[in-house]
Design a protein around this ligand. Structure first.
Ligand code: HSE
Length: 417
């Protein structure tokens, strides 16, 4: 068996991640990996690398038999998918950082890996420097994986930290995230939750064998979160974070979403500031584990690409164990969530859709309630994203039927007393 394969790399893209990888590889000669060609879009742009490395001709990589690894770190997901498909079909291993492309094409990518037998690795596509995919894939048996709760987008976490802890304005905080190379070229992908939801789709595949498109997930970003929500959070000793969550319910199905959430100040995720990401995994016997690291930026992302390259030297492939070797789980909407909702006018809030309203506060400008609602109502309705309404989940937001019955029973007993 070939053990330490020499890697001859064709690199697509020389932006924040591509250039980071170029520099990181120069500092790691022990990896026995060299970049032979870099395909870029704009040949006029000045770059800090020898001019002969660059070309605009994708076939200079895809049709070169001496190149055995394609690293694809470009922005546009359509062309990225074409590159990955051709590379795999041409017998090359692929390392990709394109989360949007992976989320949009996961079924085809699974099929291509099976057809060609080639390896496609993408550790850098979620949580950058945190080795979350390989851990989910290799370490956790899905029967024992009770829940995952994570901050998977560095830019929104950076913006929330700067706004609510350092009192910067939203625009200023976003501009800084862009300048530091954390944000997407279209930053609405970060701010409106698309990037986090894209990452969550394939993390769900590695965690639970679920293969779903991003638009099948209920998600939101931080665009509706108000300063007054942060004030309420502080009064209650909470922080607000954009949290991706998945939990196995009693019926064996999985509840999953990406939404802003109140986090106890003692929670592991409250520790995650700025562009850092964090993942809290609860599993049988091990109890809670917390993974923490930089989730965006040139070197942290390049470090995950480097780790994938290193894994290719010993022919590592994702086996998609939860999908192919276990009984894959299904997503469900059949649960309840406890939410905080702030709004200008109660007439925009369908109160009748709530199972319970537990707290109610009417300030001069802004009002809020805390209540329990069936998750299905969030999937079906848009009212919680409209009319200047802000929805933030409360800590431990997922409730099942039995718990709702118990809460209702207790409140009835309390009322009778
Ligand atoms: N825009 C992404 C983020 C980059 O902020 O997390 C890393 O995937």
């Amino acid at each position: 068996m070939e053990t330490h394969k020499q890697l001859t790399i064709g690199l697509f893209g020389f932006g924040v991640v591509g250039e980071g990888l170029y520099k990181v590889l120069q500092q790691t000669p022990s990896l026995k990996a060299s970049i032979k060609k870099v395909v870029i879009k704009n040949p006029e742009k000045k770059r800090e690398a020898p001019a002969e490395l660059f070309t605009t001709d994708r076939n200079a990589i895809l049709e070169d038999p001496s190149i055995n690894v394609v690293v694809e770190v470009i922005n546009e997901s359509g062309p990225a998918f074409e590159i990955v498909r051709t590379a795999l079909k041409n017998g090359k291993s692929v390392v990709s950082a394109s989360k949007k492309m992976i989320a949009e094409h996961l079924p085809e990518l699974l099929e291509l890996q099976q057809q060609t037998g080639e390896s496609l690795l993408y550790e850098s596509a979620a949580c950058a420097s945190i080795p979350v995919i390989r851990n989910l894939e290799e370490y956790y048996d899905n029967d024992l994986l009770h829940s995952i709760k994570a901050i998977v987008n560095g830019s929104t976490n950076f913006i929330l930290t700067k706004m609510f802890e350092e009192k910067l304005g939203f625009k200023e905080a976003l501009a800084l995230a862009q300048k530091l190379g954390f944000a997407e070229s279209d930053p609405s992908l970060d701010v409106e939750g698309y990037d986090a939801a894209n990452k969550w789709t394939f993390l769900l595949t590695h965690a639970y064998g679920i293969v779903e498109r991003t638009d099948k997930l209920v998600f939101n970003g931080i665009q509706d979160v108000k300063g007054s929500d942060a004030d309420v959070a502080r009064e209650k000793r909470y922080d607000i974070k954009l949290v991706a969550q998945a939990k196995k319910l009693q019926n064996g199905k999985v509840a999953a979403f990406v939404l802003p959430q109140f986090i106890h100040q003692e929670d592991h995720l409250a520790f995650v500031k700025n562009e850092y990401n964090g993942v809290v995994i609860e599993s049988g016997f091990a109890d809670k584990q917390f993974f923490y690291g930089k989730g965006a930026g040139s070197f942290p992302t390049a470090s995950a690409v480097l780790s994938d390259l290193s894994a290719l030297r010993y022919q590592y492939k994702y086996e998609y164990k939860k999908l192919y070797h276990h009984h894959p789980h299904e997503l469900t909407d059949d649960f309840y969530v406890r939410v905080y909702l702030s709004f200008d006018d109660i007439r925009n809030i369908p109160k009748e859709k709530f199972e319970l309203i537990e707290e109610w506060h009417a300030g001069k400008d802004r009002k809020y309630l805390i209540g329990v609602i069936h998750f299905h109502e969030l999937r079906e309705g848009r009212w919680w994203k409209e009319n200047n309404t802000s929805l933030v989940l409360t800590p431990e937001p997922i409730l099942e039927e039995e718990e709702i019955k118990k809460i209702k029973r207790e409140s009835l007993e309390f009322a009778i007393q």
